[in-house]
Design a protein around this ligand. Structure first.
Ligand code: FAD
Length: 407
């Protein structure tokens, strides 16, 4: 029993979706978890979030799906339309066979609601949550992760989970890369649904595809709010301007779109613009007893609506890779962390790299013009509702938490 310790300590850096989900997953296995967040309060900025079945299955596993459904919406369809003509290109029914096939519903939810559900679950589970802590670096000494904060404090744990997002500081331990700008910018907004709201497609996720732009709309909060996201290519990015993608460019980008799309721009909060970044996929997420997860490990463009979904998958995989190795029937084995995080990394890196790469290509297909647009539309229209060939790899039940079992 010399390699056994009575408890195992985990430090999670970052209190976004990934950090909270990771903290909850490891706490569920019995870890003593401390989560530190640099912001003075926990919360999420932004509007809606699409949660595909690969993510809602994870909530279901943790008994949180019902809470998400109490406040979220189960959209009836995912519909793609041409933004220049309004023509419907393809439609996926999201209930019935879709839900049965993937074992959980497609849910759209306000990101602050999902964040709160995860935060409350962490609080109830006994995760120690600390605000106002900025972690600058993590080193590994004698098999322990030592996190140094900006204020000169030190946190020590058996393992440190780096969940510090797209602009991750801790990622520098495994690669010297930086965020890659896509030259696209998003504006988002939520407005109440009223009698005046145009009635079309209010129960669906609808995506309008235009040259160098697209617009997404779906309902939130049991249909009380309408969520709108407009994403367009910024001409001033190509000119090297630092503050690219201003409101003037937003309006110009949708000039040729149908009136319904132009009218939807009124729903956007134009005070905040969101330049869209990802990073190149990396194979190694580990440095000693530091392991990355969520956007820190695999930030992606949002075209597949999978960033937070993949973070939830990460958490489920971390839960699986540590159960039976670090956390055993006989107690905990802190030495098994090296193997467990390696298993986690191996299980997840290939899949998330595929999602990152596919998101880029998928986005390109949305924004084409001319002949490419005609061909794209033909291809989309040839796809029948109930054809799952493009969804299975992403939403399929076998893809979640594929961790090799060690003998
Ligand atoms: C326009 C848009 C639409 C999107 N739509 C979807 C969607 O529909 N579905 C979906 O699944 N995903 C979507 N995403 C992606 C999703 O929002 C992200 O992938 C997800 O929120 C990432 O979560 P995270 O916890 O990894 O990172 P973050 O949310 O960035 O959290 C990182 C946390 O770490 C903290 N932090 C950072 N540095 C430190 C430090 N040094 N010390 C301590 N704390 C630190 C930060 O304050 C922050 O709270 C979308 C993204 C965008 C931009």
């Amino acid at each position: 029993m010399s390699d056994r310790t009575p408890s195992t300590e985990v430090l999670v850096v970052g209190g976004g979706m990934a950090g909270l989900a990771g903290a909850l997953a490891l706490r569920s296995n019995g870890a003593e978890v401390t989560l530190v967040e640099r912001a003075p309060e926990f919360g999420e900025v932004g509007a809606g979030l699409q949660m595909a079945p690969n993510a809602s299955r994870v909530l279901k596993r943790w008994g949180l799906l019902e809470k998400a459904l109490e406040i979220g919406v189960r959209p009836k369809h995912l519909v793609f339309r041409d933004a220049l003509t309004g023509e419907e290109l393809t439609r996926q029914t999201l209930g019935g066979e879709f839900e049965e096939r993937y074992g959980a519903p497609y849910v759209v939810i306000h990101r602050s609601d999902l964040h709160r559900i995860l935060l409350e679950a962490c609080q109830q589970a006994g995760v120690r949550l600390v605000n106002d802590v900025v972690v600058d670096s993590v080193e590994t000494v004698n098999g322990r992760g030592i996190a140094h904060t900006a204020r000169g404090e030190v946190y020590e744990a058996d393992v440190v989970i780096g969940a510090d997002g797209l602009k991750s500081t801790l990622r520098a331990a495994v690669t010297q890369d930086g965020p890659v700008s896509s030259s696209y910018v998003a504006y988002r907004g939520t407005v109440p649904i009223t009698d005046e709201t145009p009635a079309a497609d209010l129960e669906d996720v609808i995506v309008y595809l235009g040259p160098d732009c697209h617009l997404v709309q779906y309902p939130l909060r049991k249909g009380e709010l309408l969520n709108t996201v407009a994403v367009f290519k910024s001409p001033s990015f190509d000119r090297g301007e630092e503050q690219y993608g201003g409101v003037d460019e937003l309006e110009a980008a949708y000039r040729d779109c149908i009136p319904a799309v132009q009218a939807a721009l009124q729903n956007l909060a134009t005070g905040i613009r969101w330049p869209m970044y990802d990073r190149e996929p990396i194979e190694n997420w580990i440095d000693g007893r530091l392991v990355l997860m969520g956007d820190a490990a695999h930030p992606m463009l949002q075209y597949l609506a999978q960033g937070a979904c993949q973070a939830l998958e990460d958490a489920a995989a971390l839960q699986d890779s540590t159960l039976g190795s670090v956390f055993t029937d006989d107690g905990v084995n802190a030495r098994a962390w090296d193997l467990a995080i390696s298993d986690f990394n191996v299980a997840r890196a290939g899949r998330t790299a595929r999602v990152q790469r596919t998101a880029r290509v998928w986005g390109e297909s949305w924004h084409v013009s001319g002949v490419a647009r005609v061909l794209r539309n033909l291809l989309f229209k040839s796809r029948k509702d109930g054809d799952f060939q493009y969804n299975d790899w992403l939403y399929g039940q076998t893809s979640e938490a594929l961790v090799e079992t060690r003998s």
